[in-house]
Design a protein around this ligand. Structure first.
Ligand code: AOF
Ligand code: ZN
Length: 378
């Protein structure tokens, strides 16, 4: 079984892993330490997506320090070594080639190409391969990666701005602006934390938004590997080619998720397309989200309108909600609420915010929480 020594070395892999925080997306943070007879031979971490894995860097570090022979050493690694050829060769091959005698992984890799098979291959080849040291810490540092890989869809946050009585517009459809200037600036700044933003064509038609993020880079930051994409759910290709969203399309690609062939005008405007399956005459959101996942969109921001928000929650595709609430009351039966269709038939079946936080933001409130769905009855 695992010892305190194991925990000590695993804690070190976590420290190393964190060094990749600004550069590995959408890959996981991974750290690795090679140990023999109580001595650290080499250390490494996954530095950037597409680059060498943590194990490779730890082995290279050991060699640099003069340890050519790594037999009888133990490899500690936050995440199970991969056994697939991605952009780099499988780490399991490296372990066998270097005759490393034991591998201790923090947690199994949720990537379906691995998920237990890495350790299995090593064990079959005679390596003492185990997992589960500081497991919750090792999965917590990669919570978005775990969610993305396990659900085969991006980890998704729904952002909405409402009046205190839950309206997103007046009965006369006026929606600009419910929250204060500084609140909207906060929302734009936070867009930069995501790989893409998703919005419905209704919002494009009503508000003609830019949907660009404000990405502020501090010195030493590298740009995320993927450009920030703006995705419009537009079953019938109603997005006007003259929309403001096509500004800066080279820097922030515009993708239209629709059904069937896309009109030329939109292509000329600079859009790319994600042809999707149809569900009740509309883009199937589960299908779209699977496709976004395959495009390496690991974290997605959904920003309205209410129809899209309700559909995404209804399909259980939303993991967290961020509600900006202004201290105003709009009232009116016909004024759009946050969700224009029911999400629950009874209070006990309501969608619930867990780990809720509430913050004052100038005159407004910022309420956030992880979304939990009622259990489905079979
Ligand atoms: C490891 N060690 O340091 C990392 C692993 O094609 P790539 O190289 O970008 O591989 C990405 C996948 O490799 C990722 O989904 C995950 O399964 C694994 N990441 N594995 O053994 C590492 N970063
Ligand atoms: Zn690997």
């Amino acid at each position: 079984m695992h010892s305190l020594q194991d925990e000590k070395y695993m804690a070190r892999t976590l420290e190393l892993a964190a060094r990749g925080a600004k550069t590995v997306r959408p890959n996981p943070l991974v750290g690795a330490v090679l140990v023999r007879d109580g001595m650290i031979l080499g250390e490494g971490w996954h530095e950037y997506a597409g680059g060498p894995h943590a194990e490779v860097n730890a082995v290279a570090d050991a060699k640099r320090r003069g340890f050519g022979d790594l037999s009888r050493s133990r490899l500690y690694v936050t995440l199970e070594p991969c056994c697939h050829r991605g952009r780099t060769p499988p780490c399991t091959d490296l372990v066998l080639q270097e005759k490393i005698s034991a591998v201790v992984a923090g947690v199994l890799d949720p990537d379906p190409r691995v998920s237990g098979r890495g350790l299995e291959i090593l064990a079959r080849a005679g390596v003492d391969a185990t997992a589960g040291v500081l497991e919750s810490e090792c999965s917590a540092i990669n919570s978005i990666f775990f969610s993305w890989k396990k659900n085969n869809r991006p980890w998704t946050l729904l952002k909405t701005a409402v009046s205190l009585d839950g309206k997103t517009a007046t009965a006369g459809r006026e929606s600009k602006w419910i929250t204060a200037d500084e609140t909207r600036a906060d929302a734009r700044r936070r867009r930069g934390e995501f790989a893409a933003i998703l919005c419905g064509v209704g919002t494009v038609l009503a508000d003609d938004p830019l949907l660009t993020p404000e990405i502020s880079l501090s010195p030493g930051d590298s740009r995320p590997e993927l450009p920030y994409s703006r995705i419009i759910v537009d079953s019938g290709y109603r997005t006007p080619p003259s929309s403001r969203v096509f500004q800066e399309a080279e820097r922030y690609p515009v993708l239209i998720a629709g059904i069937g062939d896309a009109p030329r005008g939109l292509k000329h405007a600079g859009a790319s397309f994600i042809p999707c399956e149809e569900k009740n005459g509309k883009v199937s959101l589960p299908d779209l989200f699977r496709k976004l996942s395959a495009m390496n969109i690991d974290r997605l921001l959904v920003e309205g309108g209410p129809t899209l928000a309700a559909a995404a929650c209804g399909e259980r595709l939303v993991d967290r909600v961020r509600i900006y609430a202004a201290p105003i009351l709009l009232g009116g039966q016909s004024a759009n609420g946050m969700f224009p269709v029911p999400l629950a038939g009874s209070i006990k079946d309501a969608l619930r915010l867990r780990n809720m936080s509430v913050e004052r933001l100038g005159p407004d409130l910022l309420i956030e929480g992880d979304l939990s769905y009622p259990e489905t009855k079979e």
